[in-house]
Each structure stands twice: as structure tokens, then as C-alpha cells.
Design a protein around this ligand. Structure first.
Ligand code: CU
Ligand code: CU
Length: 346
């Protein structure tokens, strides 16, 4: 089996997309019949499919969630509020346990990645709290490498989860407790801050961290999307791009939403090695709240860009039924996996 390089991945995935076979993937995902595909499935398209087979890269289909132990279709609506109890002061104490492990998982069918994960999943659990809660995160390191958890938010240096300050690096078998206030409200993130930082983030040690305003946002169908990528041959360039880790997952398993219902997307960019990521939705517009720190949207648009560590909240509703594509508007990323569908139903 030949190694998957970025150029090869683009040839196998993006090539067919450019040549029109991508429409085949789309039709397949949309459940349309294969008769039309036969018309286009000759020449370069056929070759591309064969090449994909030889590379052991299916180029289509989903990774069996049983293989990874996590399922992007479940993760997209999975919010972890922790264990809570009310303190004598009346404040809510919210506690979580996070364990760093070494873990191999598939980022596309047949494409394995030897990564690191919080609680066995990439991204790690989406931690959620209310502004003013007291947060306590018990961190244990069961990985063969030293790690930390660095949270975005406002807190003392001692709790910042970087090497050399406070508990510093947590070695194999070690543990620590991070404790701080949930502040400010908004959409934040957490990630390992051990060096080399690019490796510790690229390997999968990150997750979304949501602090709700004291007065909750209006009811909505809430989704969390962490934009990431994987350098499967360790050449400092990604071969696979995704939302919630598995390339093209939501192409084959669209995110089903209700027509007319409010949808809120918590969007985080943690992509390593590339300067900018983006999110674009088809046939619709959304209100955008950068970092989620204001209740007044900053923009009404169909495309936004985020550098690494940037995040924001998108609010929208779908007025019409049907399948609507969402993807990085950096088309190369879309062709390498960062592309999916909303399936809007009544
Ligand atoms: Cu680390
Ligand atoms: Cu950060």
C-alpha cells in the first residue's frame, strides 16, 4: 500500500470531484440512482476509483463508529455539562474528568491516524457551563507523552495549563486539577499546551468549551462543529480535512434538521498547519457572533473565515426542504474531506 500524500489524496478525492465523479459521491449520498453515474464513470473517473482501491483509500463511505469508538453524527449534538452540585454560596460547581490517551483512529475509511485524544475521542468532549459557575477539571495523563489542558477564558496564570507554571507539564501517569470561573460567556476551546505545540494539537488534543450567558440564548437545535485536519504522513501538511475528525462524514450522513426551526452552530477552528479555515453554507445565510461574546450578531453572511483558535456562533433557519451543502470555501480543503450536507425535512 502506497503512503497517502497530500497530492495523492487530492488526486484520489479532489481529482474525481473536479472530473465530475464527485457528483457521483454526492448523488450516492443523496440517495439518487447510479444510472446517471455510469455515463460519467469512464476514463479518468474510472482510473481514479481504481487508484483509490489500490491505495487502500476507499474515497467514499463512512468510518464505522465502532472502529473509532466515537461517531461524528452523535458528537455534533453531544454537550457535556459535567457533574454539578450547588455550593453553600449558592454557586454551581461543575466537575469533569478528562484523560489523555494515545489512540489510533480512522480519519477516512481505511486511513488510520496514530493520534492522542481526551477521553478517547477527537475532538474531546464539548464542555459546557453557565457564566459564573465554578469549574473543576480533573486531568489524568494515561498517554506515553506529557500533556496539559490549556483553557481559553479568563483565569489565574496558575490554572493556565502551560509548561512551567502551576502544575505545568503532566507526565505519564500524572494528574492535576484545573479550577476556575466560567467567564466570559461565549464559545471557547481547550487544548494541550505541551511542546511542540503544533504536534500536540495536530494529534487531536482539543475540544470545544461553551460558556452560556446567565440568561440562556433562545431555544434552538444546537450543533458543535470543530474544524480539524490530519497530517497522516507527518510531512507538516494535512491530507485530510474535516469537521469533527472524519473527512466527508456529513456527506454520507447528512445533519438532519427541521425546516423552519432555529439552528445554532458552535463553530471552532483548531486546524494545524494551514493559516486560515472557512465555513460556507449553500442557499442560505446565517447571523454570526464572533467568539459568541455578544448577543448581537456582527454579520449576516454565508461565508466566514477563522484562523486557528478562532471560533464563533452561527444562527440560521432553513426555509426550504432539501439537501444543502456546507464546506470550507477553501475548495482544496473541501475536496480533501471538509464538506457535508444538511438534510432539511418538514
Ligand atoms: Cu499534549
Ligand atoms: Cu488556544
Amino acid at each position: 500500500m502506497s503512503r497517502l500524500t497530500r497530492r495523492r489524496a487530492l488526486c484520489l478525492l479532489g481529482g474525481p470531484v473536479l472530473a465530475g465523479a464527485g457528483l457521483g459521491f454526492v448523488r450516492e449520498a443523496a440517495g439518487e440512482d447510479h444510472a446517471h453515474m455510469a455515463d460519467t464513470a469512464d476514463g479518468p473517473v474510472h482510473e481514479a476509483h481504481e487508484a483509490a482501491g489500490h491505495a487502500g483509500f476507499a474515497g467514499s463511505g463512512v468510518v464505522d463508529p465502532a472502529v473509532n469508538g466515537f461517531d461524528p453524527s452523535a458528537m455534533v449534538r453531544d454537550f457535556d455539562w459535567g457533574k454539578t452540585r450547588r455550593l453553600a454560596s449558592g454557586r454551581v460547581l461543575r466537575e469533569w474528568e478528562l484523560v489523555a490517551v494515545d489512540k489510533e483512529f480512522q480519519v477516512a475509511p481505511g486511513v488510520s491516524y496514530a493520534g492522542w485524544a481526551y477521553n478517547g475521542r477527537v475532538p474531546g468532549p464539548t464542555l459546557r457551563a453557565r457564566e459564573g459557575d465554578l469549574l473543576r477539571i480533573r486531568f489524568a495523563n494515561a498517554s506515553a507523552h506529557p500533556h496539559t489542558i490549556h483553557f481559553h477564558g479568563i483565569h489565574p496564570a496558575f490554572m493556565d495549563g502551560i509548561p512551567g507554571i502551576g502544575a505545568g507539564l503532566i507526565g505519564t501517569g500524572g494528574s492535576t486539577v484545573y479550577e476556575f470561573d466560567a467567564h466570559p460567556f461565549g464559545l471557547h476551546l481547550y487544548h494541550c499546551h505541551a511542546g511542540p505545540l503544533s504536534a500536540h494539537i495536530a494529534k487531536g488534543l482539543y475540544g470545544a468549551f461553551i460558556v452560556d450567558p446567565k440568561r440562556a440564548r433562545p431555544e434552538a437545535d444546537e450543533l458543535v462543529m470543530v474544524m480539524n485536519g490530519f497530517d497522516t504522513n507527518f510531512d507538516q501538511a494535512n491530507e485530510i480535512y474535516a469537521v469533527n475528525t472524519v473527512g466527508f462524514h456529513y456527506l454520507y450522513r447528512p445533519v438532519v434538521v427541521e425546516r423552519g426551526a432555529p439552528v445554532r452552530i458552535y463553530l471552532v477552528n483548531i486546524l494545524e498547519f494551514d493559516a486560515v479555515n472557512s465555513f460556507h453554507i449553500h442557499a442560505n445565510f446565517f447571523h454570526y457572533y464572533p467568539t459568541g461574546t455578544s448577543l448581537t450578531p456582527a454579520e449576516y453572511t454565508d461565508t466566514i473565515a477563522q484562523v486557528q483558535g478562532q471560533r464563533g456562533i452561527l444562527e440560521l433557519a432553513f426555509p426550504h426542504e432539501g439537501k444543502y451543502m456546507f464546506h470550507a470555501h477553501k475548495t482544496e480543503f473541501a475536496e480533501l474531506g471538509w464538506m457535508g450536507f444538511f438534510d432539511v425535512r418538514s
